[in-house]
Design a protein around this ligand. Structure first.
Ligand SMILES: NC(=O)c1ccc[n+]([C@@H]2O[C@H](COP(=O)([O-])OP(=O)(O)OC[C@H]3O[C@@H](n4cnc5c(N)ncnc54)[C@H](O)[C@@H]3O)[C@@H](O)[C@H]2O)c1
Length: 390
């Protein structure tokens, strides 16, 4: 199989993760290099700031282009959209209009209506849409999928998904987009949790929530803009109830107004047992199961691909970060003529759920979902990107 040529639009912070994943460059000094992808080839990168694209291209040894030049390149089949959320819809539309498949960082668009229009445009053009997050394809989450599908914890009745912190302005060099439409903890972090929930439990039926803005003005403490303030334009705390078509009800707590907490990211309770799902921001982690009140037992996830920690975080945590495998799966799926897992339908359904959290919070009512989606196929057990070529 010939690798599929990829172009990237948006060469900011997260672009490094994708380039490292594609090229096998280690995340931290001292870690071993991995093999470059056999499935994709990064041909060129572009940005609204050409100097940023050039610097990134030089740092990673790939080509740099203007945005229009990249979109006009007939050798590029898939364009990866790594711009800020408010630019996602416009850039996605341009990619599809250029006759190329689009794969975007989350959220797919800043609004559900834009995402629906994009899917219609792509169907008409005969191209695919896919999008982050792809962490649900990682070893920890696939091990949970296997446990749930095996029936070991029985029908899932309830559970909790929790993502609480004090925001992004202490580390991101240019954090404004996190506090604008398309950002906030609901649309920025919510996709990791709700996408994983949908792959584990199926689609959501309706949503209730309360929401608020905890701190209307934020002070940046990261460099190079330390001391500047940001007016917050999006809810920064949400407490939601997600009722699934399956009958399960999950509480989702998402906030950037919390300094410290001791809650686990993710727990599911079935009629026959309980399951600790690892942090869905990453691919590996610790899975624990308790059968009918028995002791917690750690589950071996090593038979699933993408489990080995390969990155040390700012706080010293060792994590598995393979933020590109959704794109690898989409590229392989195009060649094999099968559906890709991080699909436009999945990410649009998740976006509708998250937008419904905002609506439910603003209007203090239950909001029924209008979309649904299939659960993406589980990832076969095995090693590395080869599993997508099986
Ligand atoms: N930073 C992270 O750790 C992280 C993690 C996961 C996902 N993401 C997601 O990735 C996306 C980008 O985040 P980031 O942190 O890299 O942001 P960033 O601000 O560091 O980079 C965004 C880049 O997009 C460029 N850009 C903006 N509008 C554009 C347009 N219309 N055309 C071309 N280029 C344009 C900007 O010049 C900038 O270089 C967001 O959707 C974010 O939610 C970020």
């Amino acid at each position: 199989m010939q690798p599929i040529n990829i172009g990237i639009i948006g060469t900011g912070v997260i672009c490094d993760s994708y380039l490292r994943g594609a090229l096998g460059v280690p995340a931290n000094e001292g870690r071993p290099a991995a093999s470059p992808s056999r499935i994709i080839n990064i041909k060129s990168v572009a940005d609204i700031r050409p100097e940023a694209a050039k610097a990134k291209a030089d740092a990673f040894g790939v080509g740099s282009e203007t945005v229009d030049g990249l979109l006009a390149d007939p050798e590029i089949s898939i364009v990866l959209n790594l711009t800020i959320p408010l630019a996602h819809a416009e850039v996605n539309r341009a990619i599809v209009a250029a006759g190329k498949h689009a794969y975007a960082e989350k959220p797919l668009c800043a609004s559900f209506g834009e995402a629906q229009a994009l899917l219609a445009q792509a169907t008409k053009a005969g191209v695919r849409v896919g999008g982050a997050p792809d962490t649900f394809l990682g070893a920890g989450h696939q091990a949970c999928r296997r446990i749930i599908d095996s029936g070991r914890i029985g029908k899932v009745i309830s559970g909790s998904a929790t993502v609480l912190s004090h925001g992004m302005e202490h580390w991101h060099p240019n954090p404004n987009f996190y506090f604008m439409k398309g950002g906030g903890p609901i649309l920025d972090m919510g996709p990791y949790y709700v996408t994983d929930l949908v792959q584990l439990l199926g689609p959501v039926a309706r949503v209730a929530a309360t929401t608020c803005i905890g701190n209307p003005v934020r002070t940046i403490t990261s460099q190079p803009r330390a001391g500047e303030t940001i007016d917050v334009d999006i809810e920064t705390t949400a407490t939601a109830l997600l009722e699934f078509v399956s009958g399960a009800t999950i509480t989702l707590a998402a906030s950037w107004d919390v300094w410290k907490n001791k809650r686990l990211p993710f727990e599911l309770y079935g009629v026959d047992g309980s399951l600790i799902v690892p942090d869905p921001n990453f691919f590996g982690g610790t899975v624990e199961i308790s059968d009918q009140g028995g002791d917690w037992t750690a589950v071996d996830i090593s038979a699933h691909p993408f489990h080995t920690p390969n990155r040390t975080m700012r706080d010293g945590r060792e994590v598995a970060d393979y933020r590109i495998i959704g794109l690898l799966d989409m590229a392989a799926a195009i060649q094999q003529g099968r559906p890709h897992r991080a699909s436009g339908e999945l990410t649009t359904h998740v976006l509708e759920v998250l937008e419904a959290v905002g609506t439910a919070g603003a209007e203090r009512r239950w909001v029924d979902l209008t979309t649904t989606c299939e659960r993406p196929a589980p990832v076969p057990q095995g090693a590395g990107e080869e599993v997508f070529l099986a």
